[in-house]
Design a protein around this ligand. Sequence first.
Ligand code: NAI
Length: 268
Amino acid sequence: MTDNLPLRGKVALVTGAARGIGRAYALRLAQRGAHVAIVDFDLHSYKDYQLEAESMRGDTVVDEIREIGMRALGFQADVTVATALDTAVQQIVDEWGRLDIAICNAGGGVGPPEETRASLVEEDLVGIVLARNLAGTINTCRAVAAMKVQKSGKIITVGSQAGHRIESNGGYAHYGAAKAAVAKYTQYLARDLGPFDITANCVAPGYISTGRLPPLLNAMGDTQLENVPLGRYGTPEDCAGVIEFLASNLSDCVTGAIIPVDGGLTYA
Ligand code: NAI
């Protein structure tokens, strides 16, 4: 018989979890029995997008986790500020005594595709995107490596299909490069933390239909779906399923892996 609470009593941290895919990760971990802390530079960021706001069942994801019946903490903090992560992790350990699972999800791109081709992308956009995706991930991983004292843990970073395939319009070169670096960093981390029984894996989502993306996906049209063997965009729930696997003991012998969640877009 399978346990429908495979993460019972585990303590998790999810960054960028105030909306979108990160929210789905946080709620899924709570539904599987974990206590969850979230970090986001705006715990009300869902208000930026109507569809995200309409899907909320509480004032913040912290309230939604508590509604599920699990303990929750919320930190309004920027992952590009290393000390903010150190403080959050210290408080989690002080409150709950340990940290078992960390999902480094905060990230994203900036700039229009036509202005972010490899030969055009401006220095300021490069700086923002590298900070948000790569430095933010490294800051988070360094802080959660406090797991070493427990000699167990699951770290999951978030890359993108853009880190492994090149969009035909050539745009978002800075984002693709940052996400490729996140994936490679994760493999170094897996090597570093293996002796402590801590796994480190990277999920690489394809086109995922959050409440933020419908205008973008509509603009791309059905031609993008022709490149997706499953013929549909992914959902936050699709991504959460893979996170659940990587956070549970089903994946105890999986580390340094880059797992696409993309309907086959990248490799099929
Ligand atoms: P989103 O933009 O809807 O949500 C990101 C959340 O992270 C927001 O709540 C935002 O406030 C927070 N955040 C951003 N920068 C932060 C920072 N420096 N410090 C703290 N919080 C910060 O993004 P979405 O679509 O949910 O994506 C989540 C992750 O998945 C990102 O890393 C993104 O690059 C990646 N991804 C998303 C894909 C998609 O199709 N939606 C495809 C491939 C990767």
